[in-house]
Write a new protein. Structure first.
Length: 220
């Protein structure tokens, strides 16, 4: 099971990497905008910096929405660093682009997946990863975690090599729920990763150990 961080913030990526648990990074145009990274050249340099920090898969999303534009942009992104995974939206042109990239040996992440049918088409087109958006489905009263489970089951049943990358993770509970569903990857905000560590019994247990040590070792 792989842990990705869903951010373009270098400090957060570094912090997760230094925990020793980070396998990769996902970004999207909104996350790049949040970091104020403007212009194609700066964005490319930022992706390269992320790749150098992590040494794992880094999803970089195409902006083009037409087939030719996606191919052109994705080919350039893939050439930036061997760790780049080209992120493509789940549209008709996106599915065609997935097939093109797959045939060329370029790894892909099909994003904005909200149904099992979308994941099926992306897998058929050779996507390396499919990204169901858990939080955004929950936002509209649907069950994002259940979708992750359905996609995992479908891909395993038919023996697709495509990996499920649970995205739009909003909290630590989402992470654990997606892991229960057998997801291959979760991509999450740093706070959700750190939240996995929180348990009052750990804090209370450690305090008691230290207190007992102190009492046992204090001078009479
Ligand atoms: O990986 C997709 C993710 O960035 C979307 O998350 O919280 O904007 O729904 P969110």
């Amino acid at each position: 099971m792989k842990f990705f961080i869903d951010t373009a913030n270098l400090d957060q990526i570094r912090e997760a990497y230094e925990m020793g648990i980070l396998d990769g990074v996902t970004t999207n145009p909104s996350l790049m905008a949040k970091e104020g990274i403007k212009g194609v050249q700066n964005q490319h340099e930022h992706y390269i910096r992320i790749c150098q920090l992590v040494g794992g898969d880094v999803s970089a999303e195409v902006i083009a929405t037409d087939y030719n534009g996606m191919i052109e942009e994705g080919t350039i992104l893939a050439g930036l660093d061997p760790h780049i995974v080209v992120k493509v939206p789940c549209t008709t042109d996106g599915i065609k682009a997935l097939r093109y990239f797959s045939d060329k040996g370029i790894r892909t992440n099909c994003t904005l997946i909200f149904s099992t049918g979308q994941a099926l088409l992306a897998a058929k087109a050779g996507a390396t990863y499919v990204s169901p958006f858990v939080g955004r489905l929950d936002d509209i009263g649907e069950d994002g975690v259940a979708l992750v489970g359905n996609i995992v089951e479908m891909l395993r049943y038919y023996d697709f090599p495509t990996q499920v990358l649970a995205a739009s993770i909003r909290n630590s509970h989402h992470i654990v729920q997606c892991v229960d569903m057998g997801t291959d990857v979760v991509t999450c905000p740093l706070e959700a990763i750190k939240g996995l560590l929180n348990h009052p019994l750990t804090d209370a247990g450690l305090a008691r150990f230290l207190e007992d040590y102190r009492k046992n070792n204090e001078k009479n």
